[in-house]
Design a protein around this ligand. Structure first.
Ligand SMILES: Nc1ccn([C@H]2C[C@H](O)[C@@H](COP(=O)(O)OP(=O)(O)OP(=O)(O)O)O2)c(=O)n1
Length: 125
């Protein structure tokens, strides 16, 4: 089920919900013909370029983006969203369950890069 509600009545955002909304968006416009894997990949890369432009020439940007104007933050949210939406759509058109694939990849990452052991209360490792 794609739709899910938070307890405050607001719709909670899941990858499944975004997948369903992108599917509806394409169907309503008869744009499924354009949403081939290769087209979507190129669109995704284009949006990553637009995202990069926001940070271009700024030098290092501290976390939380202090000093950024509200309109710059809004623009950033839009470009991040374009990247996410095309990624979700690309995964769907390739038959990849992105949520499952990402969780599996994180497990692989944890095996490849084990966290260092922490001392317990008794100073033992
Ligand atoms: N064939 C298309 C075209 C657009 N979109 C959707 C997904 C993106 O979220 C957004 C991209 O729209 P634009 O190509 O108009 O890109 P921008 O919104 O970045 O506009 P601009 O490039 O003018 O800044 O619309 C889509 O699903 N399929």
């Amino acid at each position: 089920m794609a739709e899910s509600k938070k307890c405050d009545g607001e719709e909670s955002v899941t990858l499944d919900l975004l997948k369903k909304k992108m599917d509806d968006f394409a169907k309503e416009r008869d744009w499924e013909q354009y949403h081939s894997p290769r087209n979507l990949l190129l669109a995704l890369v284009g949006e990553v370029g637009e995202l990069s432009e926001i940070f271009q020439w700024k030098g290092e940007v501290p976390k939380g983006l202090p000093g950024w104007k509200e309109e710059e933050r809004t623009h950033l949210g839009e470009e991040l969203s374009d990247v996410l939406l095309y990624l979700v759509r690309l995964s769907d058109m390739c038959g990849i369950d992105l949520g499952k694939a990402a969780l599996r990849k994180m497990e692989l990452n944890a095996l490849k890069y084990p966290a260092p052991l922490k001392n317990d209360d008794h100073g033992n490792q």
